[in-house]
Design a protein around this ligand. Structure first.
Ligand code: ARG
Length: 473
């Protein structure tokens, strides 16, 4: 075991305590961010005259080499160190001797870890946003191709009114669009640099916090050093947004599982995205959708775990905060893999249009329109509702759709019906005359698609600074 402290101790740390305390097995994941933070810090120390320019240059080039060696697998991050910060510092001291010992001037592991995790999370926000964008592009294609693919719309999982597949997917477009907007919000709110907060009370060195912040693409430094080291709100917000993404993915997965069932047969999942049974040869299971639905819980778990860890922590840094890594990392990985797989499954999935349409026809989804027909011919709505209810009952007995009744049969129930009732309650009419903003009618959907396309054509990420290239130059 190798640690950065020990001066005031007279006994060795117990081996189990050391292991319990150590975080290197998981915080090595942000070795890159840790070294980038150190580079920015040392460059600033050099500019401010806290280190000499020569010392700063020497340290920066040594860290760049360490970073490169780690990336190329030439240098292994050894678990004998307590955490990634200790590993980097010890390796530097090993190579530079006394100059290496100056790296940690004006810094604490508290502001260092706050920075590392924030840099790491900020990158995750961008990657998640990109995956959401790809999913939205696939959904948009499905929408454009299915403006007249009629299907039942459901309430209570009972057929309600006819909609189109484009309209159904348009609902998910909106959900995942809001998820992306949350990424953008979170990015901007979290984009302040905690480095320079020190252990909790800033430092007596003349640090230029604006300089380090801008070297790493932050909008500025955090404004209170106690908050700087102990704020994990940004991560809680991100986990909450990730949970919402999973909730959306899980809902659509549930629909796909239902649509893929023998009873529905609305979709055919591509062979590449389904699995078989070891015993039942006929099976083709929607495992990806089921796994996405199933993995939702672990993402919620990470959110609840961090909320719980944070709720009793007095200011400022406390070791409980080390718990902000393992489960959040798992949640980030889970969401990214779910988004990527789900997008792949969706882009290869076939929709069985005839099946969807005949399901919509055979579920009395035009009953409301039949009642509206009567209302338009002077029948009060409550009476119209009762009349159509009787028609539905008769149809159920005969096992037919309303459209299959003869005009005479309809007129026996209400003389108000005329020949034009059949056109009025046809699937096409039922959908196409729904033209309010947000409705499934083709013209309304085309307008919505135009707006969604316009939204997709501008990417908020494109205006972000390329700080990494600049920093590592
Ligand atoms: N491993 C620690 C964490 O993740 C790093 C900060 C340690 N600071 C300290 N004062 N022990 O939170």
């Amino acid at each position: 075991m190798a640690q950065l402290w020990g001066g005031r101790f007279t006994k060795e740390t117990d081996q189990l305590v050391y292991q319990f305390n150590a975080s290197i097995s998981f915080d090595k994941r942000f070795y890159r961010q840790d070294m980038e933070g150190s580079i920015a810090h040392v460059k600033m120390l050099g500019k401010q005259g806290i280190l000499t320019e020569t010392e700063a240059k020497e340290i920066v080039s040594a860290i760049k080499i360490i970073l490169q060696e780690v990336e190329e697998g030439k240098l292994e991050i050894s678990h004998e160190y307590e955490d990634i910060h200790s590993f980097v510092e010890a390796t530097l001291i090993d190579r530079l001797g006394d100059t290496g010992k100056k790296l940690h001037t004006g810094r604490s592991r508290n502001d260092q870890v706050a920075l590392d995790m924030r840099l790491f999370t900020r990158q995750e926000v961008l990657e998640t946003d990109k995956l959401l964008e790809e999913l939205l592009n696939v959904i948009l294609i499905i929408m454009e191709n299915n403006l007249d693919t009629y299907m039942p719309g459901f309430t209570h999982l009972q057929k309600a009114q006819p909609v189109t597949l484009a309209h159904h997917f348009g609902a998910y477009f909106e959900m995942f669009k809001r998820d992306r907007q949350r990424m953008e919000d979170i990015y901007h709110r979290m984009n302040y640099c905690p480095l320079g907060s020190g252990a909790l009370a800033g430092t007596t060195y003349n640090l230029d916090r604006y300089n380090t912040a801008s070297q790493m693409g932050f909008a500025g430094p955090t404004l209170n050093s106690m908050d700087g080291v102990s704020d994990r709100d940004y991560l809680i917000e991100f986990l909450s947004a990730l949970s919402t993404i999973m909730m959306h993915l899980s809902r659509i997965s549930e629909e796909i599982i239902i649509w893929n069932s023998n009873e529905y047969q609305f979709v055919e999942i591509d062979d590449a995205y389904s699995t078989g049974s070891s015993i039942m040869p006929q099976k083709k299971n929607p495992d990806i959708a089921e796994l996405v639905r199933g993995k939702t819980g672990r993402v919620y778990g990470a959110l609840i775990s961090l909320l719980t860890a944070m709720k009793g922590i007095p200011l400022a840094y406390n070791k409980d905060m080390q718990e902000d890594k393992e489960l959040p990392f798992d949640a980030m990985d889970t969401v990214k893999s779910c988004l990527a797989l789900f997008t792949g499954m969706l882009s290869t999935m076939k929709f069985k249009k005839e099946q969807m349409e005949s399901s919509a026809k055979n579920g009395f989804t035009n009953a409301t329109d039949a009642a509206d027909y009567l209302v338009n011919h002077g029948v009060p709505f409550r009476d119209a509702h009762g009349i159509v209810g009787q028609i539905v009952l008769a149809c159920i007995e005969k096992k037919i759709a309303i459209d299959d009744m003869s005009l005479e049969e309809l007129q026996q129930i209400s003389p108000v019906f005329k020949e034009d009732i059949f056109k009025t309650i046809s699937m096409e009419t039922c959908v196409e005359k729904r033209l309010t903003i947000g409705a499934p009618g083709q013209e309304a959907m085309k307008n919505a698609i135009q707006l969604e396309k316009k939204y997709l054509s501008s990417d908020w990420k494109s205006s972000l600074p390329d700080w990494e290239t600049e920093l590592l130059k």
